[in-house]
Every structure is written in C-alpha cells, then in structure tokens.
Design a protein around this ligand. Structure first.
Ligand code: FEO
Length: 402
C-alpha cells in the first residue's frame, strides 16, 4: 500500500489489478492491468484521475501515507471511463475538493454516470492552464484517445505528461517504470497488444496528437495503465512506437487465422503458409479455437497480410471466425493484403463470405478464395500454396512501395 514518488512531491497512488481480464472484449491476459492515479503535493494538492470502483480503499490508503485525503484541493478527470472514474463518487465525498477539472465532453459522461450537479466542476479545453503553486497544469484534449472526453495533463515545470489511456499497456506488476520491468520484449509486446486492441481505430487522431506531444518538453510520460516511461530515451521510444503503429505501413509478415471441423481447412492453412514462407514472407498460423481474438489482433501489428479460413457450416462461416472478423473490423486495420479459403461438403458459401469480410476492411484481395470440397487433394493444396505465393508477391510489392 505504499505510494511511489515518481518525481519530487508527485506520487503514484494507483491500483494493481492482477485479476481483471475482460476489457470490453479485449483479454488483458495473462495478468490484468493497473489503474494509475497520481497525487501532486503543492500549494494546491491535486489528485490526477482515480481508479475503478472497488479499488478506492487502496487509493485512499496510499494517499493517506502522503496526505490527509481532506487536503486534496483539486481533482483532474482526464477521462470518465470507469476504470479511471469508477471511484470518483466516493473520492469526491471523502476529499471534498474545491474544484474538479474535466473536458467539455467529460461533463456529459460525468453527468451520465454520477449525480454530480452539486460538485464544483470546471470544464477545460486545450491550452487552458491552472496554477497549483510552484507548478502549472496545462490541459490538452485528445478526443477519441480513447473516448470523446479524453484529455492529457502536462506539467511543464516537471517535464511530465500524465497521458491517461494513451501510451499505456496492460501490465500488472510491482514495477512502476518501464526500466524496472526487466523484460523488454514482453513490454514491447504489451504496448502493441494495447494499441492494436484499443487505440488502433483512432490512429488518425494519434497522428494528429503526436506532433502536439512532441512540441512539449517531456522527460516522463505517466499513463493511467501499466508502466511509466521515465527519461528522454523512453519518452522518444514510446512516441516513435506510436507513430509506427498509427502509420500502419505494410510489413513483410503474414497472419493466417482459421477454424476447422475435420482438419481440411487446417491443411489448407498450412499449405497457404508454405506458399507465403517459400516466397519470403514469414507467417504465423493461429487457430481461433486456441487463441483469443485479442491475441490474434495483437499478432496483426507485425503483419501486412491476413488470410482467413473457415469451413462452411450452416451455409456460413464458423462462429469463432465470425467473431474474429467482427472484432477485427471494429478495430479498423488499414493497408493490408487479404486472402480467404475453406472446405465444404455440399454448399460452400464460407470462402466467398470471408473474402467479402476482408474486402469490407479495405484489404487488397489479389486472388479468388480457394474452396475445397471434402478433403484437400494435391490440386487443392497446390491452389492454397499458390494463394500464399500470390499474397506474398503482392505484399512484397506493397512493402517496396512503402
Ligand atoms: Fe482506461 Fe478508456 O479507459
């Protein structure tokens, strides 16, 4: 229950939730997340965001190790989603703040969630500032990163950006800083996982926001989930990663996801994989039975091509593949090459439907879908291999064009 001083008189007082998994469909596996909240001690004492409902006791305990909760003067609500604001009602009651700062759009969600008409709320917009003594808070709206109300708070005297959802990762750990985590490749994977399962649809807003962030003098980015980016190098690193992920330039790797009833579609997946790999495109095959849809989505972060496979079942595609496609479409990946395949017994609609789903995500579809009646023979496997080869060639050309 100890607070962690991240800068002089600025404390992390959040909650590490080791057990929470489902976040509107995104599986925070294997180990949950954190709800970071920050306390700034100054002439005006500020609480920056709260935590999810049920975690307020821990927040208050950590706060009390630094400061009597009744001495909180201001609360800043950078975002009203309930992983940050679920505890707000209890905290307002306990701290009785002089002011609560929220964006204009945040007013609506605050009123939607809480009986807050008597709260001392002040709406702020980009560029508004509030002096808290030795320090200033500069507000910057970041609409749709991750909700319309989202904003970030910059403290220039500390070179600190409290970034709320953006630049976060779902990591539940006793480490508070990226450089304390001790597993760089796992950290990178979690950054991609978080981006590809939450932020991806808002990539155009990310590309508009990054230049604003880059104009600020920052040596620490403190997000509301996961590890804090400490030092100029770590700050540069996460900004560069965000730009790369938002740009979605084609990458020479492929992802094949599929489901299968009696292993015919599975054999087709492996034949298509050979066609890709033998033509210079490393490929990951993922069964949707064995992999959660958010794990498949994370894999897409490094893949410029995506192939979907399903047998025909009740005149359509199998439900786990349909769920994967629905999830993927909502996250709006861009700039991919696609392909489809599947087996059937008597009607055979699935491959065409898969093709239409992928084309509906604006994927470039360089080949007709491959169908297989019953069990794949040599000719069908050759056609799948050819599908892989065609996609590999299209992708390589796309990568060269940038
Ligand atoms: Fe971490 Fe959009 O909430």
């Amino acid at each position: 229950m100890q607070p962690v001083e991240i800068k002089k008189d600025i404390f992390w007082i959040g909650y590490v939730d080791y057990d929470h998994r489902d976040f509107h469909g995104y599986s925070r596996s294997p180990d949950g997340s954190t709800y970071n909240a920050y306390l700034i001690k100054d002439e005006k004492n500020v609480l920056m965001d709260t935590v999810a409902s049920g975690c307020e006791g821990t927040l208050l305990c950590r706060m009390a190790k630094v400061l009597d909760p009744e001495k909180i003067d201001y609360i800043v609500c950078n975002h009203m989603e309930l992983d940050h604001a679920g505890a707000l009602e209890t905290i307002v009651e306990r701290c009785k703040p002089e002011k609560i700062f929220v964006s204009q759009a945040g007013l609506k969600s605050m009123a939607g969630y809480f009986a807050c008409k008597d709260w001392p709320v002040q709406a702020v917009k980009s560029g508004d500032t509030v002096s808290i003594g030795k320090r200033t808070i500069v507000f910057q709206e970041t609409r749709m990163l991750h909700w319309p109300d989202s904003m970030v708070s910059y403290i220039p005297e500390e070179r600190l950006l409290v970034s709320n959802d953006i630049f976060g990762q779902n990591i539940a750990s006793s480490a508070r800083f990226v450089d304390d985590f001790g597993d760089d490749s796992e950290y990178l994977r979690r950054v991609k996982e978080y981006y590809y399962n939450i932020v991806l649809p808002y990539s155009p807003m990310v590309l508009k926001t990054l230049p604003i962030v880059e104009q600020l003098d920052i040596d620490m980015i403190a997000p509301d989930h996961g590890l804090i980016h400490r030092g100029e190098k770590a700050v540069r690193n996460i900004i560069d990663m965000y730009r790369t992920m938002a740009e979605q330039k084609p990458q020479q790797r492929a992802l094949i996801f599929y489901d299968t009833m009696w292993q015919s579609t599975e054999s087709m997946a492996y034949a298509a994989c050979s066609g890709l790999e033998e033509n210079g495109v490393p490929t990951r095959i993922m069964s949707v039975k064995s992999n959660h849809h958010s794990a498949v989505m994370t894999e897409l972060a490094d893949c410029g091509a995506v192939l979907a496979g399903s047998p025909t079942h009740n005149n359509t595609i199998l439900p786990l593949v349909a769920a994967q496609l629905t999830y993927m479409k909502g996250l709006r990946p861009l700039n991919r090459v696609g392909g489809a395949f599947g087996s059937f017994g008597w009607s055979g609609e699935a491959p065409k439907q898969l093709q239409e789903h992928l084309a509906g995500m604006n994927m470039e579809m360089p080949a007709e879908p491959v169908k297989c009646n019953w069990r794949p023979d040599r000719d069908v496997l050759k056609a799948c291999h050819e599908l892989g080869k065609t996609i590999a060639e299209t992708l390589k050309k796309k990568c060269q064009e940038g």
